[in-house]
Design a protein around this ligand. Structure first.
Ligand code: 3EB
Length: 365
């Protein structure tokens, strides 16, 4: 049966706009907005009736005040807001094909309700519970709206490298994330979403936002790297649950999602202490993913110069070296947002994520 859904697939559009540019937009523009993400802090956007969130990772360089804006193309698309379900903290907005959502949880509020146990600074209980709650509520929304396929998720955890109860907080997060996938009946390999996991400053909430779809994306792995869900146990008892990239192959617009990518070959970090070499290795990994994505879609659709990047820098003093290495790899000026964030292995100095689109699209509004 031919459906209108198949005839006009939704086209995602990603823009990085300043708060001032966003404030100047018309009501017609807002109707197609799925969600807005600020970086350093919650963006000051009054009156918007769409999910608004922030990663809490400080800006580096000159691009401060930018927001990541996700929209769906087409005058005929109808977006709806998530019903404020009583027991869910997820804010979301969706059309037939696609859903954007966000959730923020303060670990302190979780701790308050926890049974009496060690409350030392190192306590990991709140992080484990908060992570499990966040993913359980996300999966609940996806089930309810039938956007079952998580395609891309961004995870920001305060103090990601800090030790708590004898293990790194990132590793505790991995345990709880894996448990949540299992508890929801989801596979823990192959179909897991593209993702990023970064550290935010102490005192930030856990902040997670995501895109989901009604139809399954095509997952992409990197031939140069061990799949993260198959990392050996020395990187943590429970492996990270993410795919290296994915493609929404049937849709126009933004349809390639490259996960946070770093200087890892096989499963080992390489170029320890050399940030320029780490940046070049990261680009080599992204190029390998582009080759895979082009192979999967059967055309040379994606190239490095057509991507939009977010670059997470551990040490602000490394910014120049990273900019230089990127300039050497990119032929034309590209959209790049630099943010300060701790990366989820102590020896990684930089992590880069990217999005791509099919190109040659009629521009939408
Ligand atoms: C890596 O390749 C670097 O835990 O969701 C990148 C992207 C990384 C996502 C995640 C972790 C995650 O292992 C770290």
């Amino acid at each position: 049966m031919a459906t209108s859904r198949a005839a006009s697939p939704a086209a995602l559009q990603l823009d990085y706009l300043s708060c001032d540019e966003i404030a100047a937009q018309s009501p017609a523009w807002w109707r197609n907005v799925l969600g807005v993400v600020g970086f350093e802090k919650l963006p000051a956007i009054g009156g918007a009736r769409v999910p608004i969130t922030a990663s809490m990772t400080p800006f580096l360089g000159f691009n401060d005040n930018l927001c990541e804006v996700w929209r769906v193309a087409g005058a005929e698309v109808q977006l709806s807001n998530g019903a404020a379900a009583k027991h869910s903290r997820v804010h979301y907005r969706f059309c037939e094909e696609l859903l954007f959502g966000s959730i923020t949880i303060e670990e302190q509020t979780i701790e308050a309700g926890a049974p009496a146990r060690g409350r030392a600074d190192g306590d990991s209980g709140a992080l484990l519970r908060a992570t499990e709650i966040a993913y359980r509520e996300i999966f609940g929304v996806l089930k309810e709206t039938e956007h079952r396929h998580l395609i891309r998720i961004w995870n920001y955890l305060p103090e990601i490298n800090r030790e708590a109860d004898g293990d790194e907080r990132y590793r505790h997060f991995n345990s709880a994330r894996q448990l949540a996938f299992r508890n929801s009946g989801r596979a823990t390999v192959s179909t897991v979403p593209a993702a990023s996991a970064l550290g935010s400053p102490a005192g930030s909430p856990i902040s997670i936002y995501f895109l989901a779809a009604r139809r399954p994306p095509k997952m992409i792995e990197n031939p140069r790297q061990t799949s993260a869900y198959h990392y050996p146990p020395k990187f943590g008892r429970h492996s990270p649950m993410f795919s290296r990239a994915c493609v929404l192959s049937e849709s126009a617009g933004t349809n390639l999602f490259v996960s946070g990518t770093a200087s890892i070959v096989g499963h080992e970090t390489i170029h320890q202490g050399d940030v320029a070499a780490q940046t070049r290795e990261t680009i080599a990994n992204i190029n390998a993913l582009l080759d895979e994505a082009n192979r999967v879609v059967g055309s040379a659709r994606y190239s490095l110069d057509g991507l939009k990047f977010k670059v997470y820098v551990r040490q602000p003093s490394d910014l120049c070296a990273i900019e230089g290495a990127l300039a050497g790899a990119l032929r034309s000026p590209t959209s790049i947002v630099y943010l300060q964030a701790d990366v989820c292995r102590e020896d990684l100095l930089v992590e880069i994520e990217a999005t791509g689109d099919s190109g040659n699209l009629p521009s939408i509004m």
